[in-house]
Design a protein around this ligand. Structure first.
Ligand code: GA4
Length: 330
């Protein structure tokens, strides 16, 4: 049928049908970090959505705009230049391929492990004179966002009435914290205008393996989250706010009281989307298990494992796999 076949340039990508519910929902939880009731609202949002938006976050605007302009500058370079900063193992550039198991998306990105952030020679060779500017924008941004993530995790512990309020945040503050940072660029895809009833996947559906993820994007739409009933909803972009995802490790630590949120990004036909995501993870040797204070006589739903074991298994999976399944008790 005319208009239904994919133009050659995009035939290798995944598509999803337009769904009405994706445009109608506007009930994403909003947390104002300056308000005294935020700890209860954070717990409620994690229980019901595994996702929320944060305002009055305290991250200086200058850190955000500086890093965004560095990212835009990098992504504007010719592909051959950007590829000199690849592959992303563990830190570097990649175009279209996501992970090592065959996933692809309409996206290019830079990945960094935060404890060896941009130390690589490859970055210096691509950024030349401006590599120091890039490095310092990255460090400023990551430190400020990690601080906010820790504040949120401490409010969460308070809301859950856990005595040691640093029980989650200390894992991100640990020198050995295995956190990751990602800069994504979703280029516009004009061919999509011909395909009215379908959307193309920029980054396929998945949950994040870590404890918590903090996302900030420019004002281009694309992010969708899956609700508990399986419906997808579009998250209206807001460049002045942050979006928080519950990760798989937090799901385990709360013995599934919180559930990690399934999310994806759709490509846009006209506008370029730039997002920056901090994935707060524990040290590799950390045992990931339900906190005894949250168990109240329940038994653990999970087998014992370390973050190293979970991460290794995640990296052997495809994006859309249910990674926690192998660690559930039968
Ligand atoms: C999803 C969350 C982070 O972006 C990430 C991703 C990682 C990668 O891009 O290399 C993974 C994905 C993420 C989970 C499953 C595996 C590994 C791609 C993939 C197919 C950096 C992470 O930590 O896990």
């Amino acid at each position: 049928m005319v208009g239904m076949s994919k133009p050659a340039a995009i035939e290798h990508y995944s598509f999803t049908r337009n769904c009405m519910s994706a445009t109608l929902h506007s009930g994403i939880p909003l947390i104002d970090l300056s308000k005294p009731d935020s700890k209860h609202l954070i717990v409620k949002a994690c229980e019901e959505f595994g996702f929320f938006k944060v305002i009055n976050h305290g991250v200086p605007l200058e850190f955000i705009t500086d890093l965004e302009s560095q990212a835009v500058k990098f992504f504007s370079l010719p592909l051959s230049e950007k590829e000199k900063a690849g592959p992303p193992a563990p830190s570097g550039y990649c175009n279209k391929r996501i992970g090592a198991n065959g996933d692809v998306g309409w996206v290019e990105y830079l990945l960094f492990t935060t404890n060896s952030c941009s130390s690589s020679q490859r970055f210096t060779s691509v950024f030349g004179d401006s590599s120091e500017k890039f490095r310092s924008a990255l460090n400023d941004y990551i430190s400020a966002v990690r601080k906010m993530a820790c504040e949120i995790l401490e409010l969460m512990a308070d809301g859950l009435m856990i005595q040691t309020r640093t029980v989650f945040s200390k894992l991100l503050m640990d020198e050995q914290s295995d956190s990751v940072f990602r800069l994504n660029h979703y280029p516009p895809c004009p061919e999509l205008q011909a395909l009215k009833d379908r959307n193309m996947i920029g980054f396929g559906e998945h949950t994040d393996p870590q404890i918590i993820s903090v996302l900030r994007s420019n004002n281009t739409s694309g992010l969708q989250i899956s609700l508990r009933d399986g419906n997808w909803i579009s998250v209206p972009p807001d460049q002045n706010s942050f979006f928080i995802n519950v990760g798989d490790s937090l799901q385990v630590m709360t013995n599934r009281r919180f559930q990690s949120v399934k999310h994806r990004v759709l490509a846009n036909s006209l506008k370029s989307r730039v997002s920056m995501i901090y994935f707060g993870g524990p040290p590799l040797s950390e045992k990931i298990a339900p906190l005894p204070s949250l168990m109240k006589g329940e038994t653990s739903l999970y087998k014992e494992f370390t973050w190293f074991e979970y991460k290794r298994s995640a990296h052997n999976s495809k994006l859309a796999d249910n990674r926690l399944e192998h660690f559930e008790k039968i």
